[in-house]
Design a protein around this ligand. Structure first.
Ligand code: GLN
Length: 281
């Protein structure tokens, strides 16, 4: 594979930092041949087939246009599990892995009822279900295209998650909807003002409806989640959100004003207020 690796390095060297290129090399060979980094060393004298070569050329062509590698390969990893991704869903982020981790560590109920609102790729409910096989796990989204990806991901990971369509700003649910132990969400939380600070490849490829909120109403989804939580959480049930670090205090206030206690802010690996949990009383 030496020649192919040299080709990737040469084509990308002016466009990506060296360390990132090495990461891309690993992801590309994992997708093309299921190779581990060790395989890459051991099989360095092997050559790609003509079909694989064409595939590689196409990957490199798209990387040169700064398309995210996850969309090019159509897959990514989240919480050490494989997920399909298309441009209809946000690429799952490491910060969201921290949110899943927090929920798993915090849980004391053996078979909780869990709903993820704005599920996108389904990364949150699928990983929760994988580690909590006795839980009843659901995910909803306003986007039918996202739901299709989420259902595929439940299949890929052999988990049973019930996905359904819901507009959280105008939620219509069946009369028999179960009471929730956990309401989780990573809703859109980037303001239009912050848009200009975002990387061009995020802006060009990721779904804006999953990212942005209006400057004049940045907590619109959190307010809707509070209303929904007050209707559907069991007493003592908990809510877990990923948040914009700029709105930590505003989210604490919103929750405390609306019948939630035990409000906890949590920082992500970068030291930013990124998650919040609260209990419905
Ligand atoms: N729940 C999905 C994720 O965490 C999608 C979030 C979103 O689209 N805002 O990646």
């Amino acid at each position: 594979m030496q020649a192919s690796i040299a080709y990737i390095r040469k084509e990308l060297k002016d466009l990506y930092p060296d360390q990132e290129i090495e990461g891309l090399v690993r992801l590309i060979f994992s997708a093309l041949r299921n190779y581990t980094p060790t395989d890459l060393l051991l099989k360095k004298n092997e050559r790609l087939t003509p079909d694989e070569q064409l595939h590689l050329n196409e990957i490199v062509r798209r990387l040169k246009k700064h398309e995210p590698i996850q969309y090019i390969l159509g897959e990514t990893e989240f919480y050490s599990l494989p997920f399909q991704v298309t441009e209809d869903v946000l690429i799952p982020r490491p910060e969201t892995e921290e949110l899943v981790d927090w929920i798993l560590k915090d849980l004391t109920i053996a078979s909780p009822v869990i709903l993820d609102v704005g599920t996108g790729s389904g990364c949150i409910p699928v990983s929760l279900k994988k580690f909590l096989p006795a839980a009843k796990v659901m995910g909803c989204d306003i986007s039918e295209k996202a739901l299709k990806v989420a259902r595929a991901n439940a299949g890929i990971n052999q988990t049973e998650v019930a996905f359904f369509h819901l507009d959280i700003l105008n939620p219509l649910l069946p009369a028999t909807f179960p009471g929730l132990d956990i309401l989780v969400s990573n809703p859109p939380y980037v303001t239009e003002k912050e848009k200009q600070l975002m990387q061009p490849n995020v802006l060009a490829h990721e779904p804006h409806s999953a990212l942005f909120v209006p400057d004049e109403d940045p907590l619109v989804f959190y307010a809707a989640l509070v209303r929904f939580g007050r209707q559907h959480l069991k007493k003592g049930g908990k809510l877990f959100w990923e948040i914009n670090e700029a709105f930590g205090p505003a989210c604490v206030h919103l929750l405390e004003e609306n019948g939630f206690d035990n409000v906890q802010l949590k920082k992500d690996i970068n030291g930013k207020n990124r998650m919040i949990a609260a209990r419905y009383v």
